[in-house]
Design a protein around this ligand. Structure first.
Ligand code: TMP
Length: 205
């Protein structure tokens, strides 16, 4: 039986996830909650190998369905061998990205049929879903500038402006479809303003 809380954080590239993840871990630690930090694709030994395959530039072209199924293969390993056991022990989990990213990137970005993604989600996750999702929203302009300033881009970061615009729109659509779970956060102002919004949401948990 699940005892801990499962929180996910998502958003387009360059939304400032890393900065806010540090803040969330510290904020919850100050409240006496220890959080297990993990990420997707990845989070397990097998998942990290799949991540390398998915994001490495040396992988080259990949069919969009293959990409989707690899995301879910990594996710299955993540859920079964890490997330569910940790929750059962009463730990809280914070995952840097989760299933919403598949709807945004493979659904919105790659244009895959959302109904097929939902079938995979149903097959792999059944009714398992995060308790809360923090969706950091930035314009594609702002996000891409931050990615450019980091240097070398991975296989997915190489995509163009229109791709990331579709990703962003798909995230926003999902937040409207799941307003109770997915909290849309304006991450286009100061870091302090983003943190203020996150605090209000975490205090609800
Ligand atoms: P990041 O977590 O360092 O941002 O990199 C993960 C990349 O993988 C990012 O470009 C988003 C992408 N991704 C998908 O396309 N689909 C997914 O389901 C997940 C979890 C990530």
């Amino acid at each position: 039986m699940q005892k801990g809380k499962f929180i996910t954080i998502d958003g387009v590239e360059g939304a400032g996830k890393s900065t806010q993840i540090d803040f969330i871990c510290q904020y919850l630690a100050d409240k006496g909650v220890n959080v297990v930090l993990t990420r997707e694709p990845g989070g397990t030994a097998i998942g990290e190998k799949i991540r390398t395959l998915l994001l490495s530039n040396s992988t080259g072209e990949m069919h969009a369905d293959t990409e989707l199924m690899l995301m879910f293969a990594a996710r299955n390993e993540h859920i079964q061998s890490k997330i569910i056991p940790a929750l059962a022990q009463g730990n809280w989990i914070l995952s840097d990205r989760f299933t919403d990213a598949s709807y945004a990137y493979q659904g919105g970005g790659r244009g895959l049929d959302v109904a097929r993604i939902a079938q995979l989600e149903d097959w792999v996750l059944r009714a398992f879903t995060p308790d809360m999702t923090l969706l950091l929203d930035v314009s594609v302009d702002i996000g891409m500038k931050r990615v450019e300033s980091r240097g070398k881009k991975d296989r997915i970061e190489q995509e163009d402006f229109d791709f990331f615009n579709r990703v962003r729109e798909a995230y926003i659509t999902r937040s409207k479809q799941h307003p109770e779970r997915i909290k849309l956060i304006n991450a286009m102002q100061t870091i302090a303003y983003t943190q203020q919004q996150i605090k209000v949401i975490l205090d609800l948990l």
